[in-house]
Write a protein that binds this ligand. Structure first.
Ligand code: IMP
Ligand code: MG
Length: 188
């Protein structure tokens, strides 16, 4: 793969195929999700835990679209390394800083693919006795699911394509794109 490493370029256009979701569409959907969460969590103080690193961009925009006294935290799990396939093995690299007991916890993900990551996290976090535990994801690839996991809020359902941008990376690049794009070369 040709890789253009000019640090002044936002991205190498040769590596990206079509834009799947443009910036305006993403922002509009986040406002809708924020309004829905504001209604659903009315009277509560939802605790939004972003899953690093991918969900950080979505998390930052989402919390500002919620008109409630929210609190935030982050957790980190082992990623797929520099590959785009999953071994199904998930490890927590960084635990949330705050206690979850009795709180209305909302896990914020960038994308749910096989469902293995979120499935594992839900089982671990349930044991910390939150009052409620729900999942919101910007993207979902339903055709790729290996486990049946309940996802409470979904920004966009997308086809089985490897995507980058808005927090999602390929080998740690493209997280800063304000839109979601497909990679030009299908990768395994
Ligand atoms: P799951 O355990 O297969 O659901 O994996 C979810 C994680 O895989 C996401 O949090 C991403 O880090 C990564 N991932 C899955 N699909 C993509 C993609 O199309 N682009 C970038 N990262 C992806
Ligand atoms: Mg992730």
């Amino acid at each position: 793969m040709t890789q253009h490493q000019d640090p002044h370029c936002l991205y190498d256009s040769k590596e990206l195929a079509e834009t799947l979701i443009d910036a305006e569409t993403i922002q509009h959907r986040i406002q809708e999700l924020g309004a829905q969460l504001t209604r659903d969590y009315a009277g509560s103080r939802p605790h939004l835990i972003g899953i690093l690193k991918g969900a950080s961009v979505f998390h930052a925009d989402l919390i500002r679209a919620i008109d409630l006294p929210v609190s935030i935290d982050f957790l980190a799990v082992s990623s797929y390394g520099n590959s785009t396939t999953t071994s199904g093995e998930v490890r927590i690299l960084k635990d949330p800083d705050e206690k979850l007991e009795g709180r209305d916890v909302l896990l914020v993900e960038d994308i749910i693919d096989t469902g293995l990551t979120i499935n594992y996290l839900l089982s671990v976090l349930h044991n910390r006795e939150p009052r409620s535990l729900k999942v919101i994801t910007l993207l979902s690839k339903p055709s790729r699911r290996l486990v049946n996991v309940q996802v409470d809020y979904i920004g966009f359902e997308i086809p089985d394509k490897f995507v980058v941008g808005f927090g999602l990376d390929f080998e740690q690049r493209y997280r800063n794109l304000p839109f979601i794009a497909c990679l030009a070369t299908p990768i395994e």
